[in-house]
Every structure is written in structure tokens, then in C-alpha cells.
Write a protein that binds this ligand. Structure first.
Ligand code: DSN
Length: 401
């Protein structure tokens, strides 16, 4: 690379990534092949429209790229092309979710989504996101005692509020979601059911977490979290008389986006092929095993794990514990202090609100941990035992400061 300034920064970031223990639950490390596709000449091509229906000439190759990506996306999740449609053009998760709402939710309609502080996402109707500015959010949360989804309460709320769409799938919910029950909630009020499986997509692909496809009308996902692909997103929709796919396609282009990033779509295709291998299935199982060990070890050291554990790649730790001491007598640590102190020793996490948090979002009560990235680097249960010990040591050292 001739641009030495950017080259140096890329090299520095590569070194940083190698040096740290990355427990950011939404990050991962892609393969060389994914990087090669992303950095390829496909970036030079404009391809507004869809395969066979483009607005520019010269698309005979990129049509094949997009079609292959579509085919691989359906195959990976065991979907028949006669039953499921997939749009592979969304640039990332937020635009993907927006495209669903633009295509399917009437203006002044209601989006029933989990509140951000209980583990939802901004694009599930939060007021600072366009999803909450153009539509009304019907927020839902977790049961205070169990810190789990309460499907009976959801049903009651859905019947009272009659949302147009219910969004399941979360950014900080460590447990298994009962998609069948979410379907029942949607049916009780006549809403569409959209599952945003961004966090768990790799686990679903690797058969380490239940699939939402049997029950959802629409499934959105980013590709870059547990699925270990480039930054990008997919929108799956059921094929039937409602023509969801057609409406979503129109919302993606020309509704929200211009030319798709074909290099990115090629990289998605590469990642989807990788995720269909037996090695990836093993990886997904290991991600989950590692998360369970990390959660258990931290719990044994006295830290409060939200919901008591995990069924996925993700763990939410209440480091503040309402200002109380932990079960082993260690003092409370605010989320920001915890995250900064861990970063200082090379353990990268994010500060995170816990359900019913009384602290502000900029310095909440907890931290979120994930095992996807470090599992890609080959770490196993014994390594996560050591990581738990390191986290415990750091948290004890900074308590109260
Ligand atoms: N920012 C992502 C996460 O960390 O969960 C969601 O978009």
C-alpha cells in the first residue's frame, strides 16, 4: 500500500487485535478469504437493482455473485427457495431492520420491541433511532425476578397494544428464546413476527441454538457477529400471498439504499460457505461451551450473572450489584470502571445496562461478555477459566475506586 499513513494504522490495528483478549459479544475475526473478497475489484461495480433487473450495464458477473450469496444463505439455514426469500443487500443491521419497517409497517404503526436497557436494540423502536421516531414503540422487558422473558406478560401487552410487528431477538439476552411462544404472542394480536437473530446467527447456523425460521415471518441478521462474516446484513422473509419479500426488496432499493456493495456481498457468500462446514458446527458448539464456563467461573467467584447463566455466546455481569458486596465479599464496581480497568490489562469488553438498571447508560451497572471472537482464535474451556480469573482479579483490584 502506497498510503503509508493508512497502512501504518491498519498494521497498528492488526497488532492491537492480536494483543488483546476480545470479549466484545458482537465482534469476531473473519478469514483471509473473507478479507480477500472484501478487498477485491468487485468494489468497483455499480449494480443498482437486483440480479437480472439492474440499472447499469456490465452486471453479468455480479449477478452471479449475488445469486450465489442468496443460494448459500438459504442453504445454510435449511430453507427452501420456494418458501423463503432473502435480500442480501443491506449494508448492515440497522438499515436491514429499517427496511423491514419501511416495507411492512404503516406510518403511525407500532413496533413492539424490547427496551434497550433490557437487552433490545436501538432499531427495535427506541426513541433516538428512526425506528422510534417514525413509528411508536411498544416496549417490553424481562421479568424482574427471573430476568427472563415472560411470554404471558408479552401476550397481555400485545393484545392491549395491537402492534403491527413484534421484534424478537436481542443484543444482551443470554438465554434461549422460545420462538414458538413469540409466534403465539404475534398470533394473539395479528402482528407480524420479526426475529433479529444478529447475535445468535452463527449459533443457529451451527445448530447450537434453536432456529427461529419455523415460527418467524421475517428474520433479519447481521453477518459479522457469531456468523463470522463481513459487516453486512440479510433479511429473510416468508414467501406467501402477503408478498413480504417484494415489499422488503423495494424498501431496501430504491427505498433506503442505492447500489449494493458487491464486494461485501461476495464476502458474505464466502462466510456463509464457511459456516456450512463441520468445522463451523464445532466452532459454534465451542463458543457456547466457553460461554458457559466463563459464566460459571465468574459466578463461583461471587459475581452476579444476569439470569444466572447463559445458553449462548453472551454473558451479562452485574458488577455493581446495587452498590452491595458480591457473594465473595468483593466490592461493587460500576460498569464503566469495570470496562476501563479490564481494557487497561488488555481485556476488551463493553459496559452494558442490566435489566432494571438504576445507573445511567454511560456508566451502567454491568458489562457484557462474549466468547465468539476468542473461540475463533482457538481458545477453549481451560483458557476461559483463566480469563475468568483475570477478570475477577481486575474487578477486585478496582472496587470502590
Ligand atoms: N452494536 C451491536 C452490539 O454490540 O450488540 C448491535 O448492533
Amino acid at each position: 500500500m502506497k498510503d503509508t499513513q493508512i497502512k501504518k494504522l491498519i498494521e497498528a490495528e492488526k497488532k492491537r487485535q492480536k494483543k488483546v483478549i476480545n470479549l466484545i459479544a458482537s465482534e469476531n475475526y473473519v478469514s483471509e478469504d473473507v478479507l480477500e473478497a472484501l478487498g477485491s475489484e468487485l468494489t468497483n461495480k455499480y449494480a443498482e437493482g437486483y440480479a437480472g433487473r439492474r440499472y447499469y450495464g456490465g452486471n453479468e458477473i455480479v449477478d452471479k455473485v449475488e445469486s450465489l450469496c442468496i443460494e448459500r444463505a438459504l442453504t445454510l439455514f435449511g430453507l427452501k427457495p420456494t418458501e423463503w426469500h432473502v435480500n442480501v443487500q443491506p449494508l448492515s443491521g440497522s438499515p436491514a431492520n429499517m427496511a423491514v419497517y419501511v416495507g411492512l409497517v404503516p406510518r403511525e404503526g407500532k413496533i413492539m420491541g424490547m427496551s434497550l436497557d433490557h437487552g433490545g436494540h436501538l432499531t427495535h423502536g427506541h426513541k433516538v433511532s428512526a425506528s422510534g421516531k417514525f413509528w411508536t414503540q411498544v416496549p417490553y422487558g424481562l421479568n424482574k425476578n427471573t430476568e427472563l422473558l415472560d411470554y404471558a406478560a408479552l401476550k397481555e401487552l400485545a393484545i392491549a397494544e395491537k402492534p403491527n410487528i413484534i421484534v424478537g431477538g436481542y443484543t444482551a439476552y443470554p438465554r434461549v428464546v422460545d420462538f414458538k411462544k413469540l409466534r403465539e404472542v404475534a398470533d394473539a394480536c395479528g402482528a407480524l413476527l420479526m426475529v433479529d437473530m444478529s447475535h445468535i446467527a452463527g449459533l443457529v447456523a451451527g445448530r447450537a441454538y434453536p432456529s427461529p425460521f419455523e415460527y418467524a415471518d421475517i428474520v433479519t441478521t447481521t453477518v459479522h457477529k457469531t456468523l463470522r462474516g463481513p459487516r453486512a446484513a440479510l433479511i429473510f422473509s416468508r414467501i406467501d400471498a402477503r408478498e413480504l419479500g417484494k415489499k422488503i426488496d423495494k424498501a431496501v432499493f430504491p427505498g433506503l439504499q442505492g447500489g449494493p456493495h458487491i464486494n461485501q456481498i461476495a464476502a458474505v457468500a464466502v462466510a456463509l460457505k464457511e459456516a456450512a462446514t463441520p468445522a463451523f458446527k464445532k466452532y459454534a458448539a465451542q463458543v457456547k461451551k466457553n460461554a458457559v464456563v466463563l459464566a460459571e467461573e465468574l459466578k463461583h467467584k461471587g459475581w452476579k450473572i444476569i439470569s444466572g447463566g447463559t445458553d449462548s455466546h453472551l454473558i451479562l455481569v452485574d458488577t455493581w450489584m446495587n452498590g452491595q458486596k458480591n457473594a465473595q465479599g468483593a466490592g461493587a464496581v460500576p460498569g464503566k470502571v469495570a470496562s476501563d480497568a479490564l481494557e487497561a490489562v488488555g481485556i476488551i469488553v463493553n459496559k452494558n445496562a442490566i435489566p432494571f438498571d438504576t445507573r445511567p447508560p454511560a456508566d451502567p451497572s454491568g458489562i457484557r461478555l462474549g466468547t465468539a471472537a476468542e473461540t475463533t482464535r482457538g481458545r477453549k474451556e481451560k483458557d476461559f477459566k483463566k480469563i475468568a480469573a483475570q477478570i475477577d482479579t481486575v474487578l477486585k483490584r478496582v472496587q470502590g475506586k
